[in-house]
Design a protein around this ligand. Structure first.
Ligand code: FAD
Length: 380
């Protein structure tokens, strides 16, 4: 680790390393990435409990809700866990999106109801944003929340690609409360209990065989004022905050890529295939992972970024492309073992999953448009 640390951060690092050396890893825990499958929940929840007891949970949440760790501490934590192939929390959407959004936009009673269950891993959340006709163009969403006239709404529509909806207790739902207002102004964000009558979740199987995301059908689902996150009609502000945070935190993937590259080099050296071509390719990727890592540290230190901040787009674009390139290098090094051998199982999974990385959280084309228009000032 080459960050220059304060005495407090050095103490944090030592305490973390000491804890990781003795903690008993729950049986069945694996590095499932940002979203666990349903089968990962028990081990992931046991892990979250251990993190809570030792004071490592909700590091990025501001005090008094969470630890309020410094950017260097968050980076130290992410790196130490990536090196050991451990997930940083039970679920990314719950801890890194829902929790911070409730802190920023939730009422005191929403904060009291939701934050502690999320921190402890008792409550899982999903992000009900994308629809069959609204992904990149999120403001074009058509799920509607019709006012009943007695302070509540009935929500009807369809969401898709909702990671973790099949086991989530709540969803951050975007719905149109005012169809006459402008595209951005008529949207409201709700904290939707997923067990409300009218919510149907249908899992989708991915090409890696796992089932992490879902279609969600909403049929006249009743929501009330107590479920509104932020202002009625203020959902776009909440959405921008979620998207900015999502893009920034996706940069943490770079931390895991460094550990993965080290593993690939060791395998290549063991197999005698670390020739000049491999070394050149490896060094190129290593350099780019380091640049990405520093960009992530910089953005962590600066909390002003929004979804349209071009630096988020640099991070998102580069991080997702590097995931694919690092996984492709692993396939070349492993050769046939990538397809058939047990050695290749983890990389096989990472290779297939890496294809979704250039889509999730805003596609590469959208990031390039943001960079072209806002940084290079090219015509639209
Ligand atoms: C692994 C994974 C997990 C996900 N999890 C969630 C989740 O939990 N919750 C959620 O709400 N969503 C989730 N998504 C959905 C994700 O946010 C959308 O897939 C993404 O925003 C793209 O939208 P779309 O799929 O509708 O594609 P579209 O927007 O239809 O885009 C199709 C293609 O057209 C291109 N395109 C579209 N508009 C433009 C433009 N203006 N300029 C240039 N090119 C353009 C796109 O780049 C893309 O190549 C997830 C996606 C993945 C892959």
């Amino acid at each position: 680790m080459d960050l220059s640390l304060t005495a407090d951060e050095e103490h944090f690092r030592k305490r973390l390393e000491d804890w990781l050396a003795v903690v008993e890893i729950p049986e069945g825990l694996r590095d499932y990435g940002s979203t666990p499958t349903a089968d990962d929940i028990d081990a992931g929840r046991a892990w979250q409990q251990l993190l809570v007891e030792a004071g490592w949970a909700a590091l990025s949440w501001p005090a008094p809700h969470g630890v309020g760790a410094t950017p260097s501490e968050q980076a130290l934590f992410a790196e130490a866990l990536a090196r050991r192939g451990l997930p940083r929390q039970l679920s990314f959407v719950s801890m890194e999106l829902a929790g911070p959004i409730i802190i920023a936009f939730g009422s005191p009673s929403q904060q009291a109801a939701h934050l502690e269950p999320i921190r402890r891993g008792a409550a899982l959340w999903c992000q009900l944003f994308s629809e069959p006709g609204a992904g990149s163009d999120l403001a074009g969403l058509s799920t509607r929340a019709d006012a009943t006239g007695s302070g509540s709404w009935r929500v009807t529509g369809q969401k898709v690609w909702t990671s973790g909806a099949h086991y989530s207790h709540h969803g951050l739902l975007l719905a149109r409360t005012d169809r006459a207002a402008g595209r951005h102004r008529g949207i409201t964000c709700f904290a939707l209990p997923m067990d409300r009558p009218g919510v149907t979740v249908r899992p989708i199987q991915q090409m890696d065989g796992e089932s992490k995301f879902n279609e969600v059908f909403l049929d006249e689902v009743e929501v009330g004022e107590a479920d509104v996150l932020g202002e009625v009609g203020g959902g776009w502000q909440v959405a921008l905050s979620v998207l900015g945070r999502e893009r920034r935190m996706l940069g943490a993937v770079a931390i895991g890529l460094g550990a993965g590259l080290t593993e690939i080099r060791e395998v290549a050296e063991e197999r005698g295939s670390a020739d000049g071509v491999f070394r050149a390719r490896w060094a190129d990727l290593w350099g780019r992972v380091q640049m990405l890592r520093w960009t992530w540290f910089r953005l962590l230190s600066d909390d002003r970024g929004s979804a349209t901040d071009p630096r988020m787009s640099v991070l998102k674009l580069t991080s997702s492309q590097l995931q694919q390139q690092v996984a492709a290098l692993a396939t070349d090094v492993l050769g046939p073992a990538f397809v058939t051998g047990r050695d290749g199982e983890a990389w096989r999974h990472r290779f297939l999953a890496s294809h979704g990385a250039t889509i999730a959280g805003g596609t590469s084309e959208i990031q390039r448009s943001i960079l072209g228009e806002r940084v290079l000032h090219l015509p639209r």
